[in-house]
Design a binder for this molecule. Structure first.
Ligand SMILES: NC(=O)c1ccc[n+]([C@@H]2O[C@H](COP(=O)([O-])OP(=O)(O)OC[C@H]3O[C@@H](n4cnc5c(N)ncnc54)[C@H](OP(=O)(O)O)[C@@H]3O)[C@@H](O)[C@H]2O)c1
Length: 310
């Protein structure tokens, strides 16, 4: 393992590689698209707004005219859109070296996705579960493919409330509870997928990462709140730029030494900022029963069945 701090310069050449970044138009996703295309990958920028996706593409292209970026519509709050995205991808491309499941929403008011799922679990976990399943065949046939799920420090307060996963009718809903549950789900999914891949003897590595606290558009649902204004000011010196927040995900995605199931985050105090290192998620992220239950519920809810033996 590298002793010095890992930086973008450590990303190996990605020439010839095909990569998908969800939520590639903003924040960490945007920075990841920029960094991965700079190392030669063809990057599919998944975005729920083609207009914002095009803007992001033009802005990256201004800096790097050689960047190969394909902007494609993807709304993770709509299973039909997820399926259409995957079908269009499969028609155009024959390999998928990296799937960076980055898009997310945080602490939204109670609301539902098009398919009736509570929206934080729906977008952050179920949408990505469905997307990964639809892309599984192409990942399977690509040598040394990798899947990275972006979680959060917030997973530490997460609980899988299987009796009322969706906070039906808003019952028991708090924006933070639902966010934390969805981010714990990202980690349970990472471990379960890695376990199933290993059992099936496949050449795919699944990892996870979190950015610490990075300056992006994610806080839009709380930034007007009084408490956030105070806390935000207090915590400002401990936060980092989006380009640094993207590094744990980029390391999880490209470091050749990474092992399946590893989790990356900033190495500084309380994992809020700093160079990316392996970090420990809470023990519950490794709970095999919860992971298996989440898998089954996710298959039932999305209707997406992975081509894997148990
Ligand atoms: N920033 C942090 O401090 C922090 C901390 C912990 C974890 N994270 C995680 O990092 C990831 C990236 O967040 P960020 O900080 O970069 O926030 P951001 O700037 O708000 O970016 C989030 C991205 O996800 C996209 N997205 C939201 N809903 C979507 C949907 N239904 N379908 C497709 N795309 C959708 C957004 O699209 P629009 O632009 O159209 O909204 C945007 O491109 C998230 O998973 C988040 O939970 C961030």
């Amino acid at each position: 393992m590298k002793v010095q701090a890992w930086t973008k310069e450590d990303i190996p050449s990605l020439k010839g590689q095909i990569v998908i970044v969800t939520g590639g138009n903003s924040g960490l996703g945007y920075e990841s698209v920029k960094a991965l295309s700079k190392r030669g990958a063809t990057v599919i920028l998944g975005t729920r707004s083609m207009e914002r996706g095009q803007e992001a593409y033009l802005s990256i292209q201004k800096e790097n005219p050689n960047a190969e970026i394909d902007v494609m519509a993807l709304d993770l709050a709509d299973l039909e859109s997820v399926k259409t995205f995957a079908e269009s991808f499969n028609e155009k491309y024959e390999r998928l070296d990296l799937l960076l499941n980055n898009a997310g929403v945080m602490t939204t008011p109670y609301g539902k996705t098009k398919d009736g799922f509570e929206q934080q679990l729906g977008i952050n976990h179920l949408g990505h579960f469905a997307l990964t399943g639809h892309l599984f065949e192409v990942l399977k046939k690509t040598p040394n493919a990798r899947i990275v799920n972006i979680s959060s420090n917030a997973h530490k307060s997460g609980k899988m409330n299987f009796d009322n996963l969706m906070f039906e009718g808003g019952k028991g809903y708090t924006p933070m509870k639902a966010y934390a549950q969805s981010k714990l789900a990202n980690l349970l999914f990472t471990q379960e997928l890695q376990r199933r891949i290993e059992k099936n003897g496949l050449d795919i590595t699944v990892t996870a990462a979190h950015p610490g606290v990075a300056s992006t558009n994610l806080m839009r649902h709380i930034e007007d709140k009084f408490l956030y204004k105070i806390l935000g000011r207090l915590l400002a010196p401990m936060t980092q730029e989006a380009s640094d927040g993207a590094l744990p995900g980029l390391r999880a995605a490209t470091d050749p030494e990474v092992q399946g199931g590893e989790y990356f985050g900033p190495g500084g105090r309380w994992e809020m900022k700093g160079a990316p290192v392996t970090v420990a998620p809470i023990t519950k992220s490794y709970d095999v029963m919860d992971a298996d239950q989440l898998w089954k519920v996710s298959e039932e809810l999305t209707g997406v069945i992975y081509p894997l033996n148990q």
